[in-house]
Ligand binder design. Structure first.
Ligand code: SF4
Length: 479
């Protein structure tokens, strides 16, 4: 029997999670219920994830950001993994995917779930690869066993690569970068080796039944996403998308929540087309995009190449953005990369929300601009997306306490500070140039929680093992 948010919503029930989400988004609980009932939004909330602070992913809500963490064969232990989770939440991740492929996967996953206020996603196929002697040896029984175990542990959403079919594989011939999704390449090699249809597709209804029991949300993997601009929007990508649309409807028949993953690498003039096509093919199921990177020429800066595409996708209707760090294509990200990647993606999500004219989304911008014009440096730092970064950048050249009231900074200097010159002109002029008198009050803003400072806060969250405070800290002194 379905035990899910969508089942409750379809019966007309506003759940505790819907109430919480409505508060965080500043929306009517009944609107939240309708959106979930119609599959236009998901609340990933496994019934076994007790530490969860419920959130919602959908095109008519604020844009969300996912961060990937996880160990590998060569790196990290439980303590390090908890620190990664804490960093991700601290810098503003709305969900976290644990993509661990190293040792102690169960212990790490269970500890994450014990403490995480944000939904945790996984790719169960990775654990199956670890357990089988080779990818070709993976069986449907093994896949179902791992999916059921992770569902019982409390995983909120799982990437399931069920959309890549044997008949899609020839469509990838001639691509510049072939199949770049990890799960997609594993499934393709399985089908080639065994000469059979995708095993995740074969047992899709059984997976739906497990998900319905524990309220696990599908994140339908885009195994054939383009890995370079030249492969964007090709026949292979769109053939798989059609299958993802069918799988979306099948999951809904089981009262299971669904979001659909998207590309990848897409030039700017095709980003909106990708979002619109997914929304049409998948009947409005939330679109969860990786980037997309809008150019392939900047390894080392792919948090920027992808944040450009992510902002455009968010404005066009993507519901969640999977962050990309500067280490993309180059290596395993460290904590500084996580910070840079999340900053880039929080900016993209917020810019998308402002561009889509979501209620109150611009209030944070206005409040910060007012503090800037008032030379209220402390308020400017407090309101900054990354307060520590803003303060450090200012204090590199003008560290003294007296400069926190200064009517200039070191960029233009006192003589050429345009805002000072402008203000002095307004003070001296009797008519024509008026000063702003109204101030933005963030306390009364209709904006969703994610469009208000500070980022990375959760009521009652408790993630041990990190030097960070849960909320960005105010420094003890100014010098
Ligand atoms: S000196 Fe230039 S950058 Fe600094 S506050 Fe004035 S106008 Fe802005």
């Amino acid at each position: 029997m379905a035990n899910t948010q969508i089942a409750a919503a379809r019966e007309g029930t506003v759940t505790e999670e819907m109430e919480r989400v409505a508060k965080r988004e500043n929306r009517d609980p009944e609107f939240v219920r309708e959106q979930v009932a119609e599959g236009q939004a998901v609340i990933p909330a496994n019934t076994n994830h007790d530490a969860l602070d419920a959130m919602i992913i959908g095109r008519d809500f604020s844009t969300k950001v996912n961060a990937n963490i996880g160990n590998s064969e060569t790196t990290s232990d439980l303590e390090t993994e908890l620190e990664k989770l804490h960093s991700a939440v601290h810098y503003g991740a709305d969900t976290v995917m644990d993509l661990g492929t190293g040792s102690d996967l169960d212990e790490i996953r269970e500890t994450h779930l014990e403490h995480s206020p944000v939904p945790i996603g996984t790719v169960p196929l990775y654990e199956a690869v670890k357990q089988a002697d080779s990818p070709a040896e993976i069986t449907t029984d093994l896949l179902l066993e791992i999916i059921e175990k992770q569902a019982e542990q409390g995983v909120d959403y799982m990437t399931i690569h069920a959309g890549i079919l044997a008949e899609h594989l020839p469509l990838t011939d001639g691509r510049k970068t072939g199949i770049v999704s990890r799960g997609g390449s594993i499934m393709a090699s399985w089908m080639e080796e065994n000469g059979e249809q995708n095993p995740l597709f074969q047992v899709y209804d059984e997976i739906c039944e497990i998900f319905a029991e524990h309220d696990v949300t599908f994140s339908l993997g885009d195994s054939l996403r383009p890995g370079c601009l030249a492969d964007a929007c090709d026949e292979a990508q769109y053939a798989e998308l059609d299958t993802l649309g069918e799988l979306t409807r099948r999951a809904w028949e089981h009262d299971v929540q669904v979001m659909v993953e998207g590309p990848g690498h897409v030039p700017m003039h095709k980003v909106a087309e990708n979002v619109e096509r997914q929304q049409e093919v998948c009947d409005g199921a939330p679109f969860y995009v990786l980037g997309p990177l809008v150019t392939d020429i900047a390894p080392g800066y792919d948090h920027i190449t992808s944040a450009i595409g992510a902002a455009m996708a968010a404005q066009a209707g993507a519901a969640m953005l999977c962050y990309v760090t500067p280490k993309e294509h180059l290596g395993l990200p460290d904590e500084e990369d996580v910070r840079d990647g999340l900053a880039a993606y929080r900016i993209a999500a917020h810019a998308g929300d402002v561009g889509a004219e979501r209620p109150g989304a611009r209030d944070w911008d206005d409040a910060l601009s007012e503090a800037r014009y008032a030379f209220d440096w402390r308020e400017q730092f407090r309101l900054a997306l990354d307060p520590d970064r803003a303060r450090d950048s200012h204090d590199q050249t003008l560290p003294g306490d007296n400069y926190k009231e200064a009517r200039f900074c070191s960029m233009c200097g006192v003589e050429f500070c345009s805002m000072r010159i402008d203000q002095d002109a307004r003070e001296g002029d009797g008519d024509g140039m008026e000063r702003l008198t109204e101030e933005t009050n963030l306390e009364n803003s209709p904006a969703a929680e994610v469009n208000l400072p500070p980022v990375g806060t959760h009521e009652g969250a408790d993630i041990p093992g990190s030097e960070h405070d849960q909320a960005p800290a105010e420094p003890a002194s100014d010098d």
